[in-house]
Design a protein around this ligand. Sequence first.
Ligand SMILES: *Cc1c(COP(=O)(O)O)cnc(C)c1O
Length: 393
Amino acid sequence: MTAIKSKKRIFLSSPHMSGNEYKYIHEAFETNWIAPLGPNVDAFEKEIAFYVRANEAVAVSSGTAAIHLALSLLDVEKGDKVFCSSLTFVASANPIIYQGAEPVFIDSEPDTWNMSPQALERAFSDAQIEGELPKAVIIVNLYGQSAKMDELLSICDSYHVPVIEDAAESLGSSYNGKASGTFGHFGVYSFNGNKIITTSGGGMLVSNDVDSLRNARFLATQARDPAPHYQHSKIGFNYRMSNILAGIGRAQLEILDERVKARRSIFELYRKELANLPGIYFMPELKDTISNRWLTALTINKEESGFTVEELLRFLTEENIEARPVWKPLHLQPIFQGLRYYAHSETSSISEKLFKNGVCLPSGSNMTEDDQMRIIDCIKEMMNVCAERRKVV
Ligand SMILES: *Cc1c(COP(=O)(O)O)cnc(C)c1O
């Protein structure tokens, strides 16, 4: 175990700069646009809106802030319910609590690992019987894969409930040729350090509803009324993106397509090397969708492979490789104990199975092929050791 430290650390997904970032940061310094807002922010918003073909975009301080603004714009308030994917990062649901509302968690289905239309339908039908429809539905696109938007949107539309698409992990992905993040009333992207492109920290709210986005800008800058004397008739937030960070974002956006290509190649190499091994099943890609493959995710059937996710994670940690289990479903989180959850079917909770058997492998676009082969060799070695062990028994 003493050799650990000498092995180069491989990260799950670390920031990958293009070099062009300096140009925009330098411009900001030269013109002293160091404050939040400024020409980089305006340009970054326009460039993102153009890239995803949304009418408009509002740059904010994080993806979480963008979700919070969206809920606020949809008048989600104390006592309201909001339906939300269960298999996701906690940031998808925390803003529901900020608003004093209550999340109702919806399970995944096996084809995309995202929100199950049949579970959503059951949740809606119960809500209607109880006479209390949710104010909004938050649909997450996990690890870059779009949810089954046609089915999900048609259910939400039939109940006239607006959708917030949490596309924090799926910038650069598409569904039927349309950009991920442009399906809901609002779409949310994140530029946190581990995402496919980063501003070190930041987020974006997109929509075709330009009036709402004007309101988003107002709320995100402390809801200051148009008066010279700092008058406020609403509670606002300090959520706008800084002009320096937007400069980083502009340079990152220029190479987004390259980053998608790189992450997809990383996925392909894992698949080529590992898919034939017993008990390894890669996260599927739904027909007519393109996933940015932000993280390569797979499940392990321990009866077939001979080892569990925990054993693999422990082994990779010893090799100084950072891998992670799949997100712990939110309905299992201590902070959300006792809240309602709709499983995929009466007998099957897909998100719980994915959590128990799922793992995300290092997928950073700055990882070398040698790095990746080191990871692949570790998994093959684990496989061999387990096969030997079984022969002996
Ligand atoms: C990263 C992430 C967020 C939050 O984005 P931040 O910019 O870190 O606030 C929200 N939802 C999902 C699914 C994420 O992966």
